[in-house]
Ligand binder design. Structure first.
Ligand SMILES: [Zn+2]
Length: 119
């Protein structure tokens, strides 16, 4: 089954993915700079700063994960595997792709994965 979106939609999705990619790249760059500026000068300041750094690292991890998803989606778009669910192989609806262009699973499989993860 051909799960590829039609060329007009694919072009639109590619644009969305690339915009997201550069946005995430910028955010990660900024964050790296900010975090290195936060490094404590003396031990008295270290505790609150450490918490701040941990918070930032969690956010950074989240962004890095999104970055990976977006990169993988662009790769799928290039190789023609885009638009099919990575779990059941079914077609991911266009509306879902437009809402979440980096979605790698259909709603049903994503829902199952998330309930397994305890979310
Ligand atoms: Zn699926």
């Amino acid at each position: 089954m051909d799960t590829r979106p039609d060329p007009a939609l694919a072009a639109r999705l590619e644009k969305l993915l690339k915009a997201k990619l550069s946005e995430l790249g910028r955010e990660l760059d900024d964050r790296e700079r900010e975090t290195s500026e936060l490094l404590p000068a003396d031990s008295e300041e270290a505790a609150p700063v450490k918490e701040e750094i941990e918070l930032r690292e969690a956010e950074e991890e989240h962004e890095a994960r999104e970055l990976r998803l977006v990169t993988e989606a662009l790769e799928r778009l290039r190789t023609g595997r885009y638009g099919s669910c990575g779990t059941c192989g079914g077609r991911i609806p266009d509306e879902r792709l437009l809402a979440v262009p980096w979605a790698a699973n259909c709603v049903a499989c994503q829902g199952r994965a998330e309930s397994r993860a305890g979310r």
